[in-house]
Design a protein around this ligand. Structure first.
Ligand code: 8OZ
Length: 367
């Protein structure tokens, strides 16, 4: 019953417990530079076994929303150094989530006002956020252009350089964001990938970019400092695969020998129901395929967990449980789970953008 609160080692990262703060986009990094307020926010949550930062752009091209942070310029690395120092001073561990949004972007956010890039020129029926007259405003994503095959090595190299920048910034590791309809997921799934070259068509081809990115990152910083996030059936950002079970079985088999610290799986619809109608998925079979192929990374589960669901998941073989919205509102979530609550309710109106309100002002139990 108490395993949730026991120490655990994921790859090279020693965690005080099995409770993880999920990556949460908060849009509070003007000009993509992490702020002192962000250091306060993450520092407040350092009693989690592991903190995963909000999604962080690996390049200007990988940027898709106003005021999300980056990890490709010196001032961004310096900003993150304050964050990792605050978390480490409080005894925590923190990895950063490496992100390329692909087609989920807008010309206003792209270098030179160009089109966002994608596996194929298919527009996502989804919105992004721009700041209009100082106010965060939802807008339709722009029409993307299909990446030339010659551009892919440069994108893989951007991931590698961002992983090295993460280590320079003091992170304990990185999480490769391969979920939620962003670039890597756009390549994986049939709905967004119509390519006819070595990166489209077969499962092997659609998984190629993901595996090249993971190999580049693990070669650069070691598998024990790298995790990956996957979302087999989420409808997020209008990306759907016709047959996700064999696709993800292939991905997990190929990931198995890379000695990742962890595999992070979003069950169902990101931030929504744990079951997606008409899209059944067998997560236990996915883990079994990974283990059967020799994969030893920690198995991290996410989506809608509370104390009792988390304990059930650990009993059924998960190693780590990531909490999202609950972590927005409860900086001392570990203590609250230990005591069985109470939990502050999250205020949705302050999730994206703004300042301290709804960010660093949620009270701890001791306050
Ligand atoms: C919410 C708003 C913007 C981006 C994701 C990075 O879903 C995100 C995201 C979430 O993975």
């Amino acid at each position: 019953m108490t395993r949730l609160f026991d120490p655990f080692t994921a790859g090279d990262i020693a965690l005080a417990n099995r409770i993880v703060m999920a990556p949460l986009t908060r849009n509070r990094a003007p000009n993509a530079v992490p702020t002192a307020l962000m250091a306060t926010y993450y520092g407040q949550r350092a009693s989690a076994g592991l903190l995963i930062t909000e999604a962080t752009a690996i390049s200007h091209q990988g940027q898709g929303y106003a005021d999300v942070p980056g990890l490709y310029a010196p001032e961004q690395i310096a900003g993150w150094q304050r964050v990792t120092a605050a978390v480490h001073a409080a005894g925590g561990r923190i990895v950063t989530q490496l992100w390329h949004v692909g087609r989920v972007s807008h010309t206003e956010l792209q270098p030179g006002g160009g089109a966002p890039v994608a596996p194929s020129a298919i527009r996502a029926k989804t919105k992004t956020v721009l700041i209009k007259d100082g106010v965060p405003t939802f807008v339709e994503t722009s029409e993307p252009r299909a990446l030339d095959i010659d551009e892919l090595p440069g994108i893989v190299d951007d991931y590698r350089r961002a992983a090295l920048a993460a280590i320079e910034a003091g992170f304990d590791g990185v999480e490769i964001h391969a979920a939620n309809g962003y670039l890597i997921d756009q390549f994986l799934k049939t709905g967004s990938n119509r390519r006819t070259d070595a990166y489209g068509g077969s499962i092997e081809n659609r998984a190629r970019l993901l595996l090249e990115v993971v190999r580049a990152v693990t070669d650069a910083i070691g598998g024990g400092r790298a995790g990956i996030r996957l979302s087999p059936v989420t409808p997020a950002n209008d990306v759907i695969d016709a047959d996700p079970q064999p696709l993800f079985t292939h991905v997990l088999r190929e990931l198995a020998p890379l000695d990742l610290a962890y595999v992070h799986v979003i069950e169902g619809a990101t931030g929504g129901p744990r079951e997606v109608p008409d899209r059944p998925f067998d997560y236990a079979a996915l883990r079994a395929a990974y283990r059967a192929a020799g994969g030893e990374g920690a198995w991290m589960v996410n989506n809608g967990y509370d104390l009792s669901l988390a304990q059930d998941a650990l009993a059924e073989g998960a190693d780590l449980v990531a909490f999202g919205k609950t972590y927005i509102a409860n900086p001392d979530l570990v203590e609250r789970l230990k005591q069985g609550g109470p939990y502050n309710p999250p205020d949705r109106t302050t999730f994206y953008g703004g300042g301290e309100k709804g960010y660093t002002d949620y009270p701890a139990l001791s306050a």
